[in-house]
Write a protein that binds this ligand. Sequence first.
Ligand SMILES: [Fe+2]
Ligand SMILES: [Fe+2]
Length: 303
Amino acid sequence: MSDGNHNEIFKFTEACKVGVPVIDAEHEHLFEFMNNVIASFYDENRDNISLEEYIEVLFDYGKHHFQHEEEYMKKINDPELEHQLKAHKKFVEKISAINLHDLGDPEKDALTIHLIEFCLKWLYDHILYSDIIIGKMRHLADTAVEVTDETGTHLVYCPFEDKYRTGDPVRDEEYKVIFELLNKTYTMLKNNHSEDDYDAEKAVLDDLAVHCIYHYANQEKALHDARYPDYDAHVRAHCAFLDRLDERDDAEGMPDQRKFLVELLDYLYTWITYHITHMDKHADEFLQQYEEDKKNGKKKFVF
Ligand SMILES: [Fe+2]
Ligand SMILES: [Fe+2]
């Protein structure tokens, strides 16, 4: 919206699918309601009553959706429930502080635009950051395999398996480093008996952040140049991962730093494996096809 394209419709794409039909259907409805609000706000013959009704419907539906999602997570004993409860609560508190009933008043247009932009960003980011891994949490403690190399036999907690390969050797090497750094941090945590000094682990996570910023920037540039249709969602997904990784700095203030870091690593591991096998696979196939077509002189990708 900030680029002035007021008629833009925000699409619920494959990238936003959680894989739980009820949740996906509700997310799709939220996108639909969001688009109704935007269309109604920018309508030349704006009807303020309809706009206010659309806004009300969006938030009522949103609150019900949060409730359903939380119930589902409780039922499956999802370890991310606490995170989700906090995020949903924060969102509802922010919206509840605004009087939604008179946003049709043209004098309040600046506030309505702010509200729409905030909701769009929040909805996209929240789905790609948190909802996407509902029911999929993988624990590094459960995924260890014994590996023998020149240094001896040791446990690797998140091996870089063939299913994560994209076929692009440079990109695969970059992905591999992410797995190695996660494994290194987890191994250090397992061997750390000091109970309160986790600076060395956090330093490895700093390296991971630097590596991911570099890796994501490379991929985003290639996707942008190739005019990848799902570019926006892909970039937002990367930002979501980096935001969560930034939480490593909060570990110090936690009553149980070790538990906090283990949960953070489990999240990062779950998220990255899901992202590679779903979003990156698509993106990299698209890029390979784009390069192939470029080589053959085909001009296919005009949007
Ligand atoms: Fe959620
Ligand atoms: Fe959700």
